[in-house]
Design a protein around this ligand. Structure first.
Ligand SMILES: [Zn+2]
Length: 322
């Protein structure tokens, strides 16, 4: 097990809420050459206020898969990621302390990607546990460096606490709202602790804040981990994988027309149901170029596939939650 510590001077929790605390200046220089022959590792930013279940979700994710997942934890206190699970995976955990990666610890965040870049083999997925006060959108701008690509911003919302946090003063309510507003997918957690009225009320409020994001009521942290696990570089298996994702879910495939251009593909994606959690496929454009299509909640990517990631065209696999 490799445990890194990237510590910076200053002890602010988040520059957003600490007066007179300037964020550190970016001194990072992006490498000229992409690692791993140009392959890119997807990065999931996991946001959510304190106690929403981020650490539990990551432990669950590590427990249910054997693929190498690198975890970055921007925790204020001690890291609670299960060391035994990390050991089993041969995974790297990068423990980012002494600041918040969305503001006061930007350099430390970039250096953590540098550490991963120095590995001979890339991980399958990077999951970043953001600090409870981080604004995911600030961190997202730092992710897509050589060898990495932002996959999605997933925010966990504790249904039991959400009303309370939102009614607090701006130090609490601002990050809580920002985390929802910038998410591609919002997962509502702790449903077992509240009645159906509260679930309904919080879901409505979160949907209003999150606008186009997909808002899902997680059956359990187990199912929520399943959603994040689908972010890995591997294509979505067409059967089986999402059986445990949500009680009610549908997996379907749509043929992608041969020779479709980016615009035509976007029209197909426009027609996907609003309950789409994830869609992924590879289409061959008229000029023979392969296009990678990825949808995660409101995030959509249609782009040429890098040479190192070339594979045969596929159907579009669509996962919907009920
Ligand atoms: Zn911050």
């Amino acid at each position: 097990m490799n445990l890194y510590r990237v510590k910076k001077s200053g002890n602010s929790l988040c520059a957003r809420i600490t007066m007179n605390q300037s964020s550190d200046e970016i001194t990072f220089v992006e490498p000229e050459f992409a690692p791993w022959d140009g392959r890119r590792v997807p990065v999931v930013l996991l946001g959510g206020y304190l106690g929403a279940g981020k650490t539990t979700l990551i432990n669950e994710l590590l427990a249910r898969t054997d693929v190498p997942i690198a975890v970055m934890v921007n925790d204020v206190g001690e890291t609670n990621i299960d060391a035994a699970l990390i050991e089993r995976h041969g995974t790297d955990t990068l423990d980012l302390t002494g600041g918040c990666v969305c503001c006061s610890l930007k350099n430390g965040f970039l250096e953590a990607f540098d550490d991963l870049r120095s590995k001979a083999t890339p991980p399958e997925l990077v999951v970043v546990e953001l600090s409870g006060v981080a604004d995911p959108i600030n961190a997202s701008g730092l992710v897509s460096t050589a060898g990495f690509q932002l996959d999605s911003i997933v925010t966990l919302v504790d249904i039991e606490q959400f009303d309370k946090w939102e009614a607090e003063d701006s130090v609490v309510s601002e990050p809580v709202r920002a985390q929802v507003q910038t998410a591609d997918v919002v997962l509502l957690t702790k449903r077992d602790l509240v009645d159906t009225d509260q679930i309904k009320r919080v879901k409505n409020r979160v949907t209003e804040l999150a606008k186009d994001a997909t808002v899902l009521l997680a059956d359990s942290i187990h199912s929520a981990a399943g959603l994040v696990g689908l972010s890995s570089r591997r294509p979505i298996p067409q059967i089986g994988v999402s059986r445990t994702l949500f009680d009610q879910h549908r997996v379907s495939t749509l043929p992608l027309p041969e020779g479709a251009n980016e615009q035509e593909i976007n029209l197909i994606l426009d027609d996907l149901p609003s309950t789409t959690v994830r869609a992924k496929g590879i289409a061959r454009a008229a000029d023979g170029e392969l296009l990678l299509i990825q949808v995660t909640g409101k995030r959509r990517v249609v782009e040429p596939l890098p040479v190192a990631e070339i594979t045969d065209p596929t159907d579009l696999v669509v996962i919907e939650a009920g």
